[in-house]
Write a protein that binds this ligand. Structure first.
Ligand code: ACO
Length: 323
């Protein structure tokens, strides 16, 4: 059977790093509060000349380099983002143009922090359905543009960045030993909209709006939703937590990551944590975490890797793949 195998990956971060202490003169907060409640120590913040498209392009180029490919080899670009350069056209199409790609097709995917997980699952279906052989899957965000910088309960949590993978069609035996995407499970439920949303949009206010979150409410639901969707993915693949080599969760809060791993019985040393370095970069968080764990040699070819995310909507999902 056809499998969607990761052939390369890459990442890009804005030049400017903002440490927790940098907030101390802006809002009433402290490095100690942020570290204790979230595990975040710093985040990257985009300058005016750094956008979702430019960061996404840089991550895409890095992924292509690591795959030994050029834009000519790509059939489809799926960009997960909630912070597009423009309301339309899709920022994926802008990235396609920046890459000098005038063949194939590109579109954006909007599932907030779950965007990259949704995008990998979607790209896998395009590949297995025969519509594309090689897909650039990108998560790129500039959440700094939609933050209310006077709201201490949200502005300290988010960061900007981008990550990408190249997925390629390859023949597999149809077993769990195959490389590539092995199982996926996606969920959403709009009843939770008010707990995490942006209070603007083209069809309502005609403005971009700002991120609003009832953090405690999100926290309350997160661990249960994450573990449910992961258990569904394990069941689909016929594996248990013990079979995993690496757990690469959405990087929103270290306490959510720890509690989810504990509930699932995933050993601490198998959990990739980068929330301290990047903060919550929404759809970019999983591919950014992947890039760190691949670059430092933890994730290697043949490893069984579980991706997971949960975010606004609510949306949530998991993808199991063999690297
Ligand atoms: N510095 C200092 N104090 C603060 C700050 C801050 N930056 N932010 C809030 N506080 C205060 C609050 O005002 C509150 O004070 P009060 O008790 O006087 O009212 C106190 O700290 C406790 O606030 P809580 O919200 O209860 O703090 P909690 O322990 O829940 O931590 C946090 C807040 C970090 C936001 C946590 O709830 C969380 O991580 N929630 C989940 C967020 C998440 O995972 N989002 C993922 C999806 S993101 C996406 O999809 C875009």
């Amino acid at each position: 059977m056809i499998r969607s195998v990761v052939r390369g990956n890459g990442a890009a971060l804005p030049r400017r790093i903002m440490k927790n202490a940098d907030f101390e003169g802006m809002v009433e907060t402290s490095d100690e509060w942020i570290v204790q409640r979230t595990g975040i120590r710093q985040r990257h913040v985009a300058a005016d000349d750094e956008t979702t498209a430019s960061l996404g392009e840089a991550a895409a180029r890095a992924a292509l380099d690591s795959a030994g490919l050029t834009p000519a080899d790509i059939d489809l670009i799926v960009l997960a983002t909630s912070t597009p350069n423009n309301t339309f056209p899709a920022t994926a199409v802008e990235i396609q143009n920046r890459l000098g790609m005038h063949h194939g097709f590109a579109f954006d995917m909007q599932a907030v922090c779950s965007g990259f997980v949704y995008a990998v699952a979607t790209a896998d279906l395009y590949i297995r359905g025969g519509l594309a052989k090689r897909v650039l899957v990108i998560g790129s965000e500039t959440f700094s543009r939609i933050l209310d910088w006077s709201d201490r309960s949200t502005c300290v949590l988010f960061g900007d960045g981008a990550g990408a993978v190249v997925l390629e069609a390859a023949e597999g035996a149809g077993s769990i030993a195959d490389r590539g995407v092995l199982a996926a499970s996606l969920r959403s439920d709009g009843v939770h909209k008010e707990k995490l949303f942006v209070d603007g949009g083209p069809s309502t206010t005609g403005t971009v709006g700002h991120l609003r979150m009832e953090g405690r409410e999100v926290f309350k639901h997160a661990v249960g939703m994450i573990t449910d969707v992961i258990e569904a993915t394990f069941a689909q693949a016929g594996i248990t937590a013990q079979d995993l080599d690496w757990f690469v969760p959405h990087q929103a809060n270290k306490r959510i990551i720890d509690a989810s791993a504990k509930k699932l019985g995933i050993a601490e040393q198998k959990v990739v944590v980068t929330v301290d370095l990047h903060g919550n970069t929404s759809a970019a968080s999983v591919p950014l975490a992947l890039s760190v764990a691949v670059a430092d040699g933890r994730i290697k070819k043949g490893d069984l890797v579980l991706l997971e995310a949960m975010g606004g909507g609510f949306t949530w999902g998991a993808v199991l793949l063999r690297w």
